[in-house]
Design a protein around this ligand. Structure first.
Ligand code: ZN
Length: 83
């Protein structure tokens, strides 16, 4: 399992203002079927820091790629206004 690293901040955990235990692994709709003994990082799961976790609300029924696209669009909409 990867160390927690927010999918949106992409700040190395040791530089983050949050501790590992503060991060939440969010599971989106799986688009890949894994063997039962597979132990890697699921492609449909992403870590989120407490700041960005609320942005995943209502999106976990989507595949991770679609959800991430919506989340980044939402973020851009609130930070790039007027440009
Ligand atoms: Zn974050």
């Amino acid at each position: 399992m990867m160390p927690p690293n927010c999918a949106l901040c992409r700040v190395p955990p040791q530089l983050s203002e949050f501790e590992s235990k503060d991060f939440t692994l969010v599971y989106f709709r799986s688009t890949v079927t894994y063997p039962d003994d597979w132990a890697g990082h699921p492609e449909n799961a992403e870590w989120f820091c407490p700041t960005h976790l609320p942005l995943t609300e209502g999106l976990t029924h989507l595949p991770a790629l679609d959800a991430m696209r919506l989340i980044t669009a939402k973020l851009r909409g609130t930070t790039d206004q007027g440009s």
